[in-house]
Design a protein around this ligand. Structure first.
Ligand code: DAH
Length: 324
């Protein structure tokens, strides 16, 4: 009986292959799987099978039944998929191809950087691009007569607001709402009315970091940035901290990254949050200390991938974008 079942299976499969229309398919189905079909008559012979062989025969019966049912189903589906429209389909006509999209290199760098900081315990936050003078300058301890408040260095809007010129604004937004311990990272766009050239764009991206806690120290800043640099640029990456001035941090530093081919290159600004900034958001600088840093995404991306001209990122040239 097992032999007969196998034979039925093979023969039916062969028959099915040569079926080209629905009617023949239906007839074949009745002949094989119908109530009085070949399969049923084989199943009827179960009684004749000697008791010890019954389990094997039963198993084979089930297997063949399932396979036959599936084969018919597939064949039926293949017919129903052919509507009158698709029947006149010209299979020789060239198809339309959709190019698979990709993640923009700046987005990719932002994701890579923020993921590293997330693993170090920083939460990703967002802030508005249209800002107040207060958040972009005053709250960051940038006095009225500071040169960067000159209208040439900031896009002012008619309503007295401005396009933020740095993501440091997010430090203020976060500290106004939440109190320490705080560990945040804030990626986003910033705007400056610079003439466009190979290293300047009127819009670019920054990633801001801030940690405020009891006993947060400059050495914590160093450790965090070194951990980041080694993960992002590779093990053995060296950083150099150069004294610098930023109004919202004291002490402040510019940090350079060592590249074997190009030497020291500046990648970010950082420092200990200025007590005036903490006081402004009602955090007691006697109790809490903090560090902050800000890096340029384009600069980091250019360094990592050897891109020589910042404009490449914004021209939407597929030959450039495809390489990432
Ligand atoms: N906001 C600065 C800039 O745009 C970068 C920066 C420097 C951010 C020092 C910081 C910092 O948080 O501590 O040039």
């Amino acid at each position: 009986m097992i032999e007969d079942l196998k034979k039925l299976e093979v023969e039916t499969q062969n028959d099915l292959e040569s079926v080209t229309d629905k009617k023949t398919l239906e007839a074949l189905k009745i002949k094989i799987l119908g109530r009085k079909g070949l399969f049923a008559s084989l199943a009827g012979r179960m009684g004749e099978v000697p008791a010890p062989d019954k389990p094997a025969a039963g198993q084979e019966l089930n297997r063949v039944k399932r396979i036959l049912e599936e084969s018919f189903k597939e064949k039926e589906a293949s017919f129903s998929a052919v509507s009158p429209e698709t029947k006149s389909l010209d299979a020789t006509m060239p198809g339309t191809f959709a190019l698979p999209g990709g993640i923009h290199p700046l987005t990719q760098v932002t994701l890579d950087v923020t993921r590293i900081f997330e693993r170090l315990g920083f939460a990703v936050v967002d802030g508005p691009e249209v800002e107040t003078e207060y958040t972009n300058f005053e709250a960051l301890n940038i006095p009225l007569d500071h040169p960067s408040r000159d209208s040439f260095d900031t896009f002012y809007l008619d309503n007295g607001k401005l396009l933020r010129s740095q993501t440091s604004t997010v430090q203020i937004r976060v500290m106004e709402k939440r109190k320490p311990p705080l560990k945040i990272i804030a990626p986003g766009k910033v705007y400056r009315p610079d003439a466009t050239d190979a290293t300047h764009s009127f819009m670019f991206h920054q990633i801001e970091g801030l940690m405020v806690d009891e006993g947060a120290r400059f050495s914590d800043l160093k450790g965090i940035l070194l951990a980041f640099a080694n993960e992002f640029f590779g093990a053995g990456t060296k950083l150099r901290f150069r004294p610098h001035f930023f109004p919202f941090t004291e002490p402040s530093a510019e940090i350079d990254l060592w590249s074997p081919t190009r030497g020291w290159l500046e990648i970010l600004g950082a420092g200990m949050v200025h007590p005036n900034v903490l006081r402004g958001v009602k955090i007691d600088p006697e109790k809490f200390t903090g560090f902050a840093f800000g890096m340029g995404v384009e600069r980091v991306a250019m360094l990592k991938y050897g891109v020589e001209d910042i404009r490449m990122f914004f021209e939407n040239d597929i030959r450039f974008l495809k390489q990432f």
